[in-house]
Every structure is written in structure tokens, then in C-alpha cells.
Design a binder for this molecule. Structure first.
Ligand code: UD1
Ligand code: MG
Length: 469
């Protein structure tokens, strides 16, 4: 059986209250991924022969988000879900198969559930299988009206069209349906807009199918959270929480420890090895790949970072960098794009690295800026060392060899090379290359003035008294 999918993503999202009049609801992100792409990710693995996204309001933005994975169809007038599906008629009407219709604002739906619904639909030979959920607070959703005797679904009544008795029904329409494709497009033109919202409701097809003796069945989802629809920002935040919890649970079951999963924010593409421990208030975004037996956090932010094994990374901010094994990073290290750390390094508090390549065993333990620099094996970067890599126009490189000892407060004015086994005296401003096996001192020589203290203080006191007269 061929499988098709129509994702409804044209609606306005008025309740998101954005100041941008073109902001489509389905383009709001959770952990950097748009709502509509959660839906597409969930449905794709069932093996679809055609996927079509209906866009309308803010449609340009939605189109860009999905065009590499789905056909895009425009709904010009946003007059309801029935009219949205009608726009697909020209593409699908002559095909045989089953058509999944799903709202683009339900990011919690899972592949397992979609697979199960397709199976039920196939086995029952329904012309329409609607997905329902039993909710504690059903308000806002369309209610499922069942025949009291046979329990068959008779209709879906939209919240705004319900009588007070119907509003008491807790079984709701999830906004997910599987149709026999032929039947769907044979009858879709019969939908009209005689209702409270003057809209073409897709749900009217239930009554239409019934009248035409087509078989309608319902599938009740086990976990109602899967069909949670996002209409405002409170719901957006809630869905984010559910998604983060799913990611964290999956990682923990694979052998990652989290001291406080509620304050651990990990995005979808992150890989973490076994026995790594994540401490509270840690955010791991982008395409991070983290090895085994690391301790990360507390209060750490990682974005697009590759990390080996056995590292400790505390209270630090690291992006677009690569870290080997057995390193000690932080607290309060900032690592920016292009930084590469070897093995057995120590990068300490208030050290900022940018495009820096630290070979094995380097120590930069306190208060430094190292940018556009290579640092050779076992070099010690003394406290307060700075690479002056920028002249206001150009970025320039600093090359530091192996086993170098940079004294505290060394300033290296780039471009500059410091060769292996050399030494810079504390407080030196280095403007010329440093040769192997040399000790350079580049600071004013210290002078000592005998009784200088008394002489200076007396002069200062006299000056103050003179000014009072
Ligand atoms: C819809 C269902 C309701 C169900 C609920 C589940 C109808 C008539 N109602 O109501 O029974 O309980 O979803 O979440 O179907 N859309 C378009 N074009 C339009 C209107 C909407 O593409 O003209 C899209 C929206 O972008 C959205 C989806 O359809 O992704 C649902 O629209 P929405 O306005 O959120 O419908 P609900 O009132 O939530
Ligand atoms: Mg909705």
C-alpha cells in the first residue's frame, strides 16, 4: 500500500502574539528545530511515497524550513483545515493508497504511534481512521461524538460548536487522520462552512463518510501528550520540557548520568558516551559529540564541541571547538571557534581561547587570552599571558614551541614566534621572535632610590599644604 502524508501548516498562530505579522506558528523552534520539522521527523521513517506540506500564513519561512524534504502547496485563503487539504487534490487525487493528515503544530507525536495508526488503518480496512485522545482538560479541542449503543464515532464537534453537554466529553480529536486516499478526494468537495467559525472543517468528512457508508474508525492514543497541539507560548514551553525530558531519559538509559535532569538542556543531535556525568545547569547544544567518563558542569554551555574521554569541564562556555582526552578545563574558561585542545592539558579560570591549538600537556591555568595561536607540547602559559593578535584591521598569528615557559604577564605582540625550550621573563612585552634555549627579558630594568619613599611622601605632603593657602 502506498503511503502519503499531508502536513497542515498554513494557520495563523494568532495566539503566539508575535509582533512579526509574518511569523508562522509552525516555524517556532524547540531546541533549535522548528515545530513542523518535529512532525516531519516523526512521520518520515514510516516510509512515505509523497509528503506534502500546506503553507499559507508566513508561508515563505515555512517553505524554506521544509522544501528539501517535502512538496510545498500554498493555501491562499485560510478558511479551515478542510480547505487546506483540498489544495493537495491536484497532486494526489488519482493515487491509490493511505493518506495521513497531521497538523504541523503537534511536535510530540512519535514514529511508533504513526506506525501503529497505519497498521490499525490497514487491518481494519477503514476509509478513515481518526486519532483521538482522552484529556483531563479537553477545552479548545474538537470533541468525539460516539453512538451511545454501538460506540462508533458519529462526528467531531469543534469546541465552539459544542452544546454544554458535548463540552463535557473528554475524548478529543488529535488532529491526526488516515484516509483512504481515493475516498478523501472523492468527498472533500462536499465540505461546507456552515458552522460557528465559518470555516471548512476537515472533520466534517466523518459525517459525509457515514452518509456514504464509508467505514470510519477511531484509534485512541495511549499517551495523550503525543497529540498536544501548540497554540500559545505556554504550550510551546511545555512541549520543550517534554522533548528535553525524552532526550535526557534516552541518554540516561544509554549510560549517561545526570545529577539534575530538570536543569540539563541537551539538544537532539548530541551524542554522549557511557559513564559521563552531567552536573546541573548544563546546556549542550548543536552537534556535540562527547566521549566516555567525562564530568561536565555544573553551569557549563557547550555548542558544537567534540570532546574525547576522561575530561573535567567545569563552569565553562565552549563553542565550535575540539577537546582530546584527560584535560582539565575551567572553572570559567571561554573557548571560541577553532580551538583544539590535545590531551592532558590544563586550561583554567578566566582563560579565553580563540582559534588556538594547544598541544598535549599545555598548561594555561589562569587569566589569559590566547588567540590565533599554536602552543607546542608541555608549554606553560603563565598567569596573565596575552597574545596581542589584532592591530585594528588584521588578525595575526603567534607560534609558540614546545617546553616554553611564558612568565606571568607576558604580552606576545603578533605576528611572532617563540621557539622550543625558551623562557620569557614575567611582565615582558615580546615584540621580536624568541630563539631556542634563550631567556628574554623585555621590560624596564628595576631601579632603587635610597630613602625614595620619604622623599616622595614629603614632596606630596608639601604640595597639598601649598594648595590650601
Ligand atoms: C483542530 C481540529 C480539532 C482538533 C485540533 C487538534 C479542525 C476543524 N479542528 O483544531 O478538532 O481537536 O486541531 O489540535 O480540524 N490550518 C491550515 N489552514 C487553515 C486552518 C488551519 O493549514 O485554514 C492548519 C494549522 O496550521 C494547524 C492545523 O491546521 O497546523 C490545525 O489548525 P488550528 O487552527 O490549530 O486548529 P484547532 O483549532 O487547533
Ligand atoms: Mg491547533
Amino acid at each position: 500500500m502506498k503511503k502519503f502524508a499531508i502536513v497542515l501548516a498554513a494557520g495563523k498562530g494568532t495566539r503566539m502574539k508575535s509582533r512579526d505579522p509574518e511569523h508562522s506558528k509552525v516555524s517556532y523552534p524547540i531546541l533549535g528545530k522548528a515545530l513542523v520539522n518535529y512532525v516531519l521527523d516523526a512521520i518520515a521513517p514510516v516510509g512515505l511515497d509523497e509528503t506534502i506540506v500546506v503553507v499559507g500564513f508566513g508561508g515563505e519561512a515555512t517553505r524554506k524550513l521544509v522544501e528539501d524534504r517535502a512538496k510545498v502547496v500554498w493555501q491562499k485563503e485560510l478558511v479551515g483545515t478542510g480547505n487546506a487539504v483540498l489544495q493537495v487534490k491536484k497532486i494526489l487525487e488519482n493515487r491509490e493508497g493511505a493518506t495521513l493528515v497531521v497538523c504541523g503544530d503537534t511536535p510530540l507525536i512519535t514514529t511508533e504511534t504513526i506506525t501503529r495508526i497505519f497498521n490499525v488503518h490497514g487491518k481494519t480496512k477503514n476509509h478513515l481512521t481518526i486519532v483521538t485522545a482522552v484529556l483531563e482538560k479537553p477545552s479548545g479541542y474538537g470533541r468525539i461524538i460516539r453512538d451511545p449503543k454501538s460506540n462508533y464515532v458519529l462526528a467531531i464537534k469543534e469546541d465552539k460548536d459544542c452544546t454544554p453537554e458535548e463540552k463535557e466529553i473528554h475524548e478529543v480529536n488529535a488532529g491526526i487522520y488516515i484516509f483512504d486516499n481515493k475516498a478523501l478526494f472523492d468527498y472533500i468537495d462536499e465540505i461546507n462552512s456552515n458552522n460557528a467559525q465559518r470555516e471548512y472543517y476537515l472533520t466534517d468528512l466523518i459525517g459525509i463518510f457515514k452518509r456514504n457508508e464509508k467505514k470510519v474508525g477511531a484509534y485512541v492514543v495511549e499517551d495523550a501528550v503525543e497529540v498536544f497541539g501548540i497554540n500559545d507560548r505556554v504550550q510551546l514551553a511545555y512541549a520543550g520540557k517534554v522533548i528535553r525530558k525524552r532526550i535526557n531519559n534516552k541518554l540516561m538509559l544509554l549510560g549517561v548520568s545526570m545529577e539534575d535532569p530538570d536543569s540539563t538542556y541537551i539538544s537532539l543531535d548530541v551524542e554522549i558516551g557511557r559513564d559521563t556525568i552531567i552536573l546541573p545547569n548544563t546546556t549542550i547544544f548543536g552537534k556535540c559529540k562527547i566521549g566516555e567518563n567525562n564530568v561536565i558542569g555544573p553551569n557549563t554551555y557547550l555548542d558544537n564541541v567534540e570532546i574525547g574521554h576522561e575530561n573535567t569541564i567545569q563552569s565553562s562556555w565552549i563553542s565550535d571547538s575540539k577537546i582530546g582526552d584527560n584535560n582539565e578545563i575551567g572553572p570559567y574558561t571561554k573557548m571560541r571557534a577553532g580551538t583544539v585542545i590535545g590531551n592532558h592539558c590544563r586550561v583554567g579560570n578566566f582563560v579565553e581561547l580563540k582559534n588556538a591549538d594547544l598541544h598535549d600537556g599545555v598548561k594555561a591555568a589562569h587569566l589569559s587570552y590566547i588567540g590565533d595561536t599554536r602552543v607546542g607540547e608541555k608549554t606553560n602559559v603563565g598567569c596573565g599571558t596575552i597574545t596581542a593578535n589584532y592591530d585594528g584591521f588584521n588578525k595575526m598569528r603567534t607560534e609558540i614551541g614546545e617546553n616554553v615557559f611564558l612568565g606571568s604577564g607576558t604580552i606576545l605582540v603578533a605576528p611572532i614566534t617563540v621557539e622550543n625550550n625558551s623562557f620569557t621573563a614575567a611582565g615582558s612585552t615580546i615584540t621580536k621572535d624568541v630563539k631556542t634555549d634563550s631567556l628574554v627579558i623585555a621590560r624596564a630594568r628595576q631601579v632603587e632610590i635610597e630613602h625614595g619613599y620619604t622623599t616622595f611622601m614629603n614632596k606630596a605632603k608639601a604640595k597639598k599644604e601649598a594648595s590650601k593657602k
